[in-house]
Design a protein around this ligand. Structure first.
Ligand code: HEM
Length: 433
């Protein structure tokens, strides 16, 4: 098992430093302690590419805690079995795979163009709420097509429930205590499910299942036949919020970079000029041609991974980077430091979208990139997220030149509590001449 010593720790007081500034402390840990370090007894941070990938791939040794934000609703009858849930999950993943997304670019692009067109020009705007709304419209439409308008208000409420649940509190209640936040979550989940149920029933009874992700889940599989209705319903609240929650965090960082790097924004605008005038006519071929825009999105995600710390539990004593990690410990996987490691990327703190392209402007051999995770729990929505964000970036740069508000105060705050986000981000758009 190699070395059996414990991972190094920062000098005393590191936990206080962590509470004050998590990003800076994560960097200090990586710089001063190396691959794996100890934040407090039983809490380890995997800080560089090798250990991060090992933890995420070795899911047997480092399982993901099973505490979904929207656990299955309790039912007196008809509760799906765990096998049915697994089949529903597999069907959902089929609807999100890259080929499925590529076939529906023409449905994603209009929402991105609408966002850019509706950005009020000539004033400082707090932009995350409209970004979130635009991405929710795109995401919910991707899942439910023409039924999206019915479900969108419920999706917003699910998002609110999520916000309340993840709000930091000094006391962590045991999972069975029905705190007000958990009761609110269950109410919103029930309301969403009640709105979705007649849609599922109507599609099934009419035989018009739909070409969207819900339709994918309603089609009988050759091996197992039809999925029970309750299994379909249970798997959808979480994925509905996922379509716009992390993407809107990412979009905040991307728009900030368009404002800070006008030359890069100009290059995006030049690429975007080649998109069809009618956004609904956009295809995956158009998307594939936005090579620089995709590289820019990827570079922003490298520097500011919206999920910058991924948690794993250790259920049996195991080895990590030559250290022994005890059962019962927690490992925090840190894409943020892994992706800013000079051994992985030259000038790692510099914003250089070109690093993802070769000399001919095609995608280059990638350095470490863990912003979508890796291994069995890697992001299911990566293809959809990249399509939405690339089109939003392209359409915004095509129409607008962005800038940060003038003045001594920064136009946003960085928060790292539930992901890395720009809070209160204000930007100003002027029409590109
Ligand atoms: C920029 C946008 C996004 C980023 C940066 C992102 C990032 C991630 C990361 C890092 C993970 C792995 C978590 C872990 O290992 O603990 C993950 C998992 C996941 N993501 Fe995303 N995500 C994004 C967008 C989306 C979208 C659009 C969807 C859905 C349509 C989605 C659905 C999921 C799901 C369902 C999982 C859980 C997979 C599992 O536990 O097996 N994500 N995402």
């Amino acid at each position: 098992m190699g070395r059996t010593n414990e991972p190094p720790r920062l000098p005393e007081g590191s936990f206080a430093a962590w509470s004050r500034d998590r990003l800076a402390t994560a960097r200090r840990g990586a710089d001063e302690c190396g691959d794996v370090w100890q934040l407090e007894p039983g809490v380890y941070v995997a800080a560089t590419a090798g250990p991060c990938e090992a933890v995420l791939r070795r899911a047997q040794d480092f399982p993901k805690a099973s505490s979904p934000l929207f656990p299955p609703l309790k039912r007196s009858t008809g509760a799906p079995t765990s096998e049915e849930r697994a089949r529903a999950h597999a069907a959902r993943m089929r609807g999100l795979r890259p080929q499925a997304v590529a076939a529906r670019i023409g449905e994603i692009a209009p929402g991105a163009a609408r966002f850019a067109d509706q950005w009020p020009t000539g004033q400082d705007v707090e932009i995350l709420p409209p970004v979130r709304h635009a991405l929710a419209e795109i995401g919910v439409r991707y899942l439910f097509s023409e039924d999206a308008p019915t479900l969108l208000p419920f999706a917003s409420q699910l998002f609110l429930a999520r916000e309340v649940l993840v709000r930091p509190s000094h006391w962590e209640w045991p999972p069975w205590i029905p705190t007000p936040a958990r009761r609110f979550r269950t109410r919103q989940q029930t309301a969403f499910t009640n709105a979705l149920r007649p849609i599922v029933q109507r599609r099934r009874s009419s035989g018009r299942l739909g070409d969207d992700m819900l339709g994918q889940m309603l089609r009988p599989s050759a091996r197992y036949g039809l999925l029970p209705e309750e299994a379909v319903l249970d798997t959808l609240p979480g994925i509905t919020v996922a379509t716009f929650e992390t993407p809107s965090r990412a979009a905040g960082w991307i728009l900030l970079h368009l404002a800070r790097y006008p030359q890069a924004a100009g290059r995006v605008a030049a690429e975007a000029a080649l998109l069809p005038a009618d956004p609904a006519a956009t295809t995956s071929t158009h998307l594939d041609r936005l090579q620089y825009t995709q590289a820019l999105v990827r570079e922003v995600l490298r520097l500011h991974p919206p999920s910058w710390l991924l948690t794993r539990r250790v259920t049996r004593p195991t080895e990590l980077a030559g250290y022994t990690v005890d059962a019962g410990s927690t490992v925090l996987v840190c894409p943020y430091t892994a992706q800013r490691d000079a051994r992985e990327h030259t000038d790692p703190d510099q914003f250089q979208p070109e690093r993802w392209l070769d000399d001919s402007g095609s995608p280059a051999k990638p350095g470490v990139f863990l912003s979508f995770g890796t291994g069995p729990h890697a992001c299911e929505g990566a293809a959809l997220a990249m399509a939405m964000l690339t089109l939003l970036t392209a359409q915004t740069a095509r129409r607008c030149h962005l800038s940060e508000p003038r003045g001594p105060e920064p136009g946003y705050q960085v928060t790292t509590l539930e992901g890395l986000a720009t809070v209160g981000l204000r930007l100003r758009a002027t029409l590109r001449g």
